[in-house]
Ligand binder design. Structure first.
Ligand code: HXC
Length: 261
């Protein structure tokens, strides 16, 4: 019998094959302190290991996805403490999740909160969502991948304005600049992210995991290395029963019955 961890800063539930993690620190605008980040990562890692789950959604509440890393927790830290603490490493743990994670963003999505959303695989935004990297206002810079992921997503011009001058993006601007996948009415945001995650979770599970790995490799490798990796992953899928099933189903004009192996 598995024992569910007791969470204090998040709410966790499952809808069909979609695992849903909701950041739940409303008094602090969902600011991300160490216990909250630890719980988020534990919940996502448990879903990642659960064959009954095919994709995850990470969300906040109506006012904030997350207003950043917890400033009160960091305010008196020394450089050595920031370097040696596991805190920023929690963001890196998201990179190791192998199933797709879709962020559903309403309200403020700032600093470490924006970095968390950008470390997910897709972002669905409510129309009132606001994205920003306001760290410059605190005398620091983004520290959990913001300068890198934001620049790759929106390009140098907009990233410079956001990081150097704390420019905020509306949801519509974020969509126009390629930061988010789609914008929906605020009250539809989580449902749309869960719907999208559910569609992906219904697909061939091994192919989905390798597809995520291959797309993410585009940010880490040269074109020729990336294409070579893609070729190996593509070929590897021919060892799965689901590849035989998917191609047979096409030829026999019937829906495929995915088994995940
Ligand atoms: C700690 C925070 C917080 C944060 C809000 N709160 N953001 N606490 N860390 N990042 C707390 C406030 O102190 C306040 O607590 C309560 O949440 C409500 O916030 P208000 O400011 O009263 O609300 P409002 O006036 O509506 O303004 C909302 C806001 C503003 C625009 C989101 O709170 C804000 O600017 N927050 C900081 C955003 C930010 O700078 N983020 C980057 C952080 S640095 P009390 O107790 O007073 O009611 C970062 C670096 C990451 O993320 C590096 C990698 C780890």
């Amino acid at each position: 019998m598995s024992i569910e961890p007791a969470y204090e800063n998040i709410l966790v539930r499952q809808e069909g094959r979609v695992g849903i993690v909701q950041i739940n620190r409303p008094k602090a605008m969902n600011a991300l302190n160490a216990p909250t980040m630890s719980e988020i990562m534990t919940a996502l890692e448990l879903f990642d290991a659960d064959s009954g789950v095919g994709a995850m959604t990470l969300t906040g509440d109506a006012r904030a996805f997350a207003a950043g890393a917890d400033i009160k927790q960091m305010a008196t830290s020394s450089a050595v403490e920031m370097l040696s603490s596991p805190f920023i490493g929690y963001w890196d743990r998201l990179r190791a999740i192998r199933k797709p994670v879709i962020a559903a963003v309403n309200g403020w999505c700032l600093g470490g909160g924006a970095e968390l959303a950008m470390a997910c695989d897709m972002i669905v935004a409510g129309e009132g969502a606001k994205f920003g990297q306001p760290e410059i206002n605190l005398g620091v810079i983004p520290g959990a991948g913001g300068t890198q992921r934001l620049t790759r997503a929106v390009g140098k011009a907009i990233a410079m304005e956001m990081v150097l001058n704390a420019r905020q993006l509306s949801a519509a601007e974020a969509a126009a600049f390629g930061l988010v996948n789609r914008v929906v009415p605020d009250e539809r945001c989580l449902a749309e992210a869960v719907r999208l995650a559910g569609e992906i979770a219904a697909r061939a599970p091994v192919a989905v995991r390798l597809a995520k790995e291959a797309v993410n490799a585009a940010f880490e490798t040269s074109l020729s290395e990336g294409v070579a990796l893609e070729r190996r992953l593509f070929s590897l899928l021919f060892s799965t029963r689901d590849q035989k099933e998917g191609m047979a189903a096409f030829i026999e004009k019937r829906p495929a019955d995915w088994q995940g192996h």
